[in-house]
Design a protein around this ligand. Structure first.
Ligand code: ZN
Length: 177
């Protein structure tokens, strides 16, 4: 199975939000999504592969206005940064207000972003970021050229998956177009 041209382009030139990390495009699995690329992240300062995922936690009110979050549950709002658990280096990972298709072209995505009270999501995680491109490469290149960004910066979906040392997974998924 092959990636779509837009996804293949991103595998070669990753989105610039990942520029502060070493990122390796993982091979597309047989049952994988051909319009997506998975990037495994390691610390650019020391090479370690475990991070704390920083977010802006908010406890959902009753009734909860948030999809799949019950009243009283904690929503981990963007923007997100990663803190290396080995050397302590902290780097920005994703801000839905300025990154991705809507962030670059339309002034932001439809998510509440936190501004105060940044805190780590409990746990220590290996982090894989999945970027999706549900668009033709030619159109992507044209839009990127006009916006002066990389084609890979115009992802329409971004998912941050953290897998803890105990095997527990946390998924932060953002529709960006
Ligand atoms: Zn480090």
């Amino acid at each position: 199975m092959q990636r779509t041209p837009a996804a293949e382009q991103a595998a070669k030139t990753p989105p610039s939000c990942l520029a502060d990390f070493n990122c390796a495009a993982l091979p597309l699995e047989d049952d994988g999504l051909d319009l997506a690329v998975d990037f495994a992240l390691t610390c650019k300062a020391c090479g370690a592969d475990t991070f704390e995922i920083l977010a802006f936690p908010k406890v959902a009110p009753d009734p909860s206005p948030y999809f799949a979050i019950e009243p009283g549950q904690t929503l981990f709002q963007p923007p997100h940064r990663l803190k290396c658990t080995s050397c302590g280096d902290e780097r920005a990972l994703f801000d839905v207000r300025t990154q991705g298709y809507d962030g670059v072209l339309n002034g932001g995505g439809a998510y509440e972003s936190g501004t105060t009270g940044e805190a780590p999501i409990p746990g220590v995680f290996n982090v894989v970021v999945t970027a999706c491109y549900n668009i033709e490469l030619n159109e992507l290149i044209e839009l990127a050229h006009d916006a002066k960004v990389n084609a890979s910066d115009l992802f329409d979906w971004l998912t941050i998956v953290g897998t803890s040392t105990g095997g527990e997974q946390i998924e932060l998924s953002y529709e960006c177009a």
